[in-house]
Design a protein around this ligand. Structure first.
Ligand SMILES: [Zn+2]
Ligand SMILES: [Zn+2]
Length: 338
């Protein structure tokens, strides 16, 4: 089969790889129907993460089950499945509490930007759609594999609910889908922080009521002004940098909640600043698996269209262009079809 391998910063190759096979009796092999480039893949692409030896890329996927190991009981060949980027058993104490990304047996799913993918712990990781979906639902279902689930977790971690004012820091796919989640969860006011016109438009389409273009102290001052000097009830942090995290903490009111889902890079939060903020802080790797059954239901009933975040649709063989377009911010998110 062919798949995507990163050799060095900005060196993405679509090359021949060994076909994946069943290794453990709990594995499934899927034929990938669609995959995509993640904002977090860009940390490797830009050389911010050490690459070391060449690595298969991709962790967001939907596809048709091709083969299952002897112990797999909940998915079968021919079914269309969606899975999270962390494999989980979904049975341990941490999973049962709803924190599948911290499963005691968790392992990352890697190599999804390929024709075939091995998914470990298939019973606990994959969820089958009620039927093989029509083509136009595939991008929506693919979004559930990571960015929708992550945005949704950000909103839940930020305690978004009816009547609340929500600030979303970050206008990448996760931030935009955090807006969608906040809207679905009944927020009264959703303030998206973005300075890019096409992203502002999509944020409004997903339910944002206000846009704030300023960043840093100016952005925080603008949020304060809009919330009677109190700050927001709920803030979703979807970037992962020092600046975005401090902006999120400073945008929340005393007693408010910050859900942080941007992958942390080089952050250090001053203890005294955190103490005085009086906020609830919750986040980390999103427990996408927990939300999958509900999100798949909302998608197949066509209540939500998270696939709108894909503004570039390419054959998988052009994966290098998918990375370049996101890196240069010509695309919000690149969809890839084998
Ligand atoms: Zn991702
Ligand atoms: Zn577990």
């Amino acid at each position: 089969m062919y798949g995507t391998v990163i050799h060095a910063p900005r060196d993405i190759r679509f090359e021949e790889l060994e076909d994946p096979g069943i290794v453990e009796p709990t594995d499934a092999i899927i034929r990938v129907s669609a995959t995509c480039v993640c904002g977090s893949d860009l940390w490797n692409y830009r050389g911010i993460n050490e690459i070391g030896h060449p690595r298969p890329m991709g962790h967001e996927y939907v596809g048709i089950v091709e083969e299952v190991g002897a112990e797999v009981t909940t998915v079968a060949p021919g079914e269309f499945v969606i899975g999270s980027f962390f494999a989980s058993d979904n049975t341990c104490e941490i999973c049962r509490a709803g924190y599948q990304s911290g499963c005691v047996h968790s392992e990352p799913v890697q190599g999804a930007q390929a024709e075939y993918l091995r998914v470990p712990l298939a019973d606990g990781t994959l969820v089958a759609a009620p039927e093989v979906p029509p083509d136009d639902l595939v991008p929506d279902l693919l979004a559930a594999s990571d960015v929708l689930g992550t945005g949704w977790f950000g909103a839940v971690a930020a305690d978004v609910g009816p009547g609340k004012t929500v600030v979303v820091v970050g206008d990448g796919a996760v931030g935009l889908l955090g807006v969608l989640a906040a809207h679905q969860l009944g927020a009264a006011r959703i303030i998206a922080m973005s300075r890019h016109e096409p992203r502002q438009r999509l944020a409004r389409d997903f339910g944002a009521t206000d846009i704030v273009e300023e960043r840093g102290d100016e952005g925080v001052a603008h949020i304060e002004e809009m919330t009677d000097g109190l700050g927001a009830h709920s803030v979703i942090e979807a970037v992962g940098t020092q600046e975005s995290m401090m902006q999120a903490i400073s945008s929340a009111r005393f007693g408010g909640h910050v859900g942080f889902v941007g992958v942390s890079h080089g952050q250090s939060i001053p203890g005294e600043r955190l103490f005085r903020s009086g906020i609830h802080l919750h986040g980390g790797p999103a427990r996408v698996r927990r939300f999958l059954p509900d999100l798949i239901g909302q998608i197949v009933e066509r209540k939500i269209h998270p696939g709108k975040v894909f503004d570039l649709d390419l054959p998988l063989s052009e994966v290098a262009e998918g990375y370049a377009a996101m890196d240069e911010r010509r695309a919000i998110k690149s969809l890839l079809r084998p």
